[in-house]
Design a protein around this ligand. Sequence first.
Ligand SMILES: Cc1ncc(COP(=O)(O)O)c(C=O)c1O
Length: 478
Amino acid sequence: MGSSRLSARALLGLIGELDPSRALYEALAERIRLLIMDGRIAVGTRLPSERELAAQAGRSRTTIVAAYQVLRDSDYLISRQGSGSSAALPDGRPGPETSTRMIDFARAVPPPVTGLKDLFAEVSFRQALDGRGFDLQGRLELRSVIAERYSDRGLPTTPEQIMVTMGGQHAIALIAHTLIARADSALIESPTYPHANDALRRAGARVITTPVTTGGWDLDHLLEVLSTVRPALAYLVPDFHNPTGASMLPEERVHIIDTARRMGTTLVIDETTADLNIDRPWDDGPFARHARRILPSGSAGPITIGSLSKSIWGGLRLGWIRASTSVIGRLVQARPAGDLGTPQMEQLLAEQIVRSLPRLLAQRREFLREHREVLSALLAEQLPGWTIPRPHGGLSLWTRLDRPASSALTSLCEARGLALVAGPKFSIDGAFERFIRLPFTSPIADLDDGVRTLAMTWAQLSGARPVRREEPHEVGFV
Ligand SMILES: Cc1ncc(COP(=O)(O)O)c(C=O)c1O
């Protein structure tokens, strides 16, 4: 427990303006309660004495005493003779320091796909010992099966157009560092996958955004930004977009490729999530497929990023880039500044995985379908005021709260053993306080526990009486 002390002046600074429509003591108690709930006053912090706060605020002591009493009555303040009043959380749940197990709703990381274990047994890893054991562009055999899959899906590709990377994030960072010159502008979606934003900024890009919702892209806006700003690069996630789960319509893809070509913008299409189709009734194949029809032959076309992290297992750290041979050449040349190559062992396994993809993806789909259903049902039942989307795929629900308090919810849940990422983390300007990304990748028992914590915390944040758990927790809901 923290044992720091908050001065009257510091507390008044945190409190700010009070709601004038309420009695002063009530408004004051409410404000302090919210500060404790969202973690800005840490549990265990000693608050100033009533007398000190009254003097500093220029209010009567009776008002402050009444406010503190409200907080004591609702278990947000514990007062002990001789040691003053300390911030607390009701219901006796442990604070951050004493919490033991965290439920993870922060990372959208699914477990290894069913069937992966068997593949380990089939691969002869000894081959990896024959050579150096790592390489800059990737094993020819692996690049060949990846290229074949693109060709089969309508995008003719040679192994020379593929570079194997250590995951999708590595691919994004390498592309950003190689292709972005300082102060180039780069277009990204908002909300977006936050580490892509980080990588582009670190490479020196000036980032501009175009909106995406669970309903999709604002195509007019996107084309307008491409035409007026002419960004050097545009990073887009057109299939089961992270975090919204939206998919871009085929005709929208055509417009974007055409406009980007005219403006000289390099499209970087992240298909890390593209194989996570649960029940989208169409499959448009790789985005870059459309470029073949539109672009003059010989032009470079979009750069595509792929990864096995979400569809198979993140522990492989295996992804790739598909691009023109000249872009691949530049990336291979630039790579040693950051790393010296992908390990052969992972590549040997990946080759076997890509050969077995249809079977493995069917397993992944079943997992995602079940987990999406469970999380949606739990949320609908326990948080009926929230707007729960129904994405056709991906790993999470970009959920709309009934009031903007995503950061407060996140910090309070963290104190109760539930890790979350608040909506603003997916923006570049602090927007999306009304949203929270809820991945459905955790085990079912954790989804169940996590939603209970969400519901109880939200009730408290909203000023309702906390929902206390009456019945023992059942493991293995549904
Ligand atoms: C859109 C997108 N791209 C890339 C990544 C990173 O993938 P990897 O684990 O392969 O580095 C993620 C991970 O969440 C993602 O959502």
